[in-house]
Design a binder for this molecule. Structure first.
Ligand code: ATP
Ligand code: MG
Length: 203
C-alpha cells in the first residue's frame, strides 16, 4: 500500500517536472537577445551593495572590464575595493566621505557633481562592460543630481554595457528605465540585536 503511494508520488513528481521543463525550455528559447542590462537593487534589507559587487566580481571572472563608482563613502574601508582594485577595476569614490550624517549640503552637492562627472565618463566608455553605481539612489533622492542627466547618461550608454544601481528608495523613473529590479526586504538584521558592523561581513 505504502509502496503504491510512493510510486504514485514519483510519477506525479516526474509529470510536474516535465511540465516545468517544457515551460522553462520555451522561455529559454524565447530569450535570444543579448545586450546591456540595467539593474536596480533597492529596498531596506541588507545585501544590495554585496549583490552589486558580487556581479562585478562575476564579470571580472569572465575577463570583462568593470568600473565602480561609489556615491557614499562611510568611515569604513571597503573589502571588495581591496580585492577588485588589485584586479584592475577602477574605483571612483565620493571624496567628502559623504555619509548619512553629513550636514553640509553644498559640500556634498559639489562632491556628488564631481563623482557624477566620473560616472558619466565610464557610462560613455565602450571599453567598459559593467558599471556599478553604488548608492546612487540617494543622490537623486536628495536632489544633489539632476534626474534627467542620470537618465540620459544611462540611455545613451554603449549598448552592450551592463549597469547596476544600488541604494534605498530608488526613484520611480530609474525603476521604470531598468530591465531588472530587485527589492531586498528586511526580515531581521543582527544590528537590531546589538551586533556591530564587522569587517569582512558588513563592509
Ligand atoms: P551591504 O553593503 O551589506 O550589502 P546594503 O548595501 O544592502 O548592505 P546599505 O543601505 O547600503 O545596505 O547600508 C550599508 C550598511 O548598513 C551595511 O553595513 C549594512 O550591514 C547595514 N544595513 C543594511 N541594511 C540594514 C538594516 N535593515 N538594518 C540595519 N543595518 C543595515
Ligand atoms: Mg549599500
Amino acid at each position: 500500500m505504502s509502496e503504491d503511494r510512493e510510486q504514485l508520488k514519483t510519477q506525479r513528481h516526474q509529470q510536474r517536472q516535465q511540465k516545468l521543463k517544457t515551460a522553462v525550455d520555451e522561455k529559454i528559447a524565447n530569450a535570444q537577445e543579448e545586450r546591456g542590462v540595467l539593474m536596480v537593487i533597492t529596498g531596506n534589507g541588507k545585501g544590495k551593495s554585496t549583490a552589486g559587487f558580487g556581479t562585478i566580481t562575476r564579470a571580472v571572472g569572465h575577463n570583462k572590464s568593470a568600473a565602480v563608482v561609489q556615491f557614499i563613502k562611510g568611515g569604513w574601508e571597503c573589502g571588495e575595493r581591496n580585492v577588485l582594485q588589485k584586479l584592475g577595476v577602477p574605483f571612483v569614490v565620493m571624496n567628502t566621505g559623504f555619509t548619512w550624517e553629513t550636514q553640509n549640503r553644498e559640500q556634498d552637492k559639489l562632491a556628488c557633481e564631481q563623482t557624477w562627472l566620473a560616472a558619466e565618463k565610464v557610462l560613455a566608455d565602450p571599453n567598459i562592460d559593467m558599471v556599478l553605481l553604488d548608492e546612487l539612489t540617494y543622490m537623486v533622492a536628495y536632489d544633489y543630481l539632476d534626474l534627467e542627466r542620470v537618465l540620459s547618461a544611462l540611455k545613451n550608454r554603449p549598448a552592450h554595457q551592463h549597469v547596476i544601481i544600488t541604494g534605498r528608495g530608488c526613484h520611480r523613473a530609474l525603476v521604470e528605465l531598468a530591465d531588472t529590479v530587485s527589492e531586498v526586504q528586511p526580515i531581521k538584521h543582527a544590528f537590531e540585536a546589538g551586533v556591530k558592523a564587522q569587517a569582512g561581513f558588513d563592509y
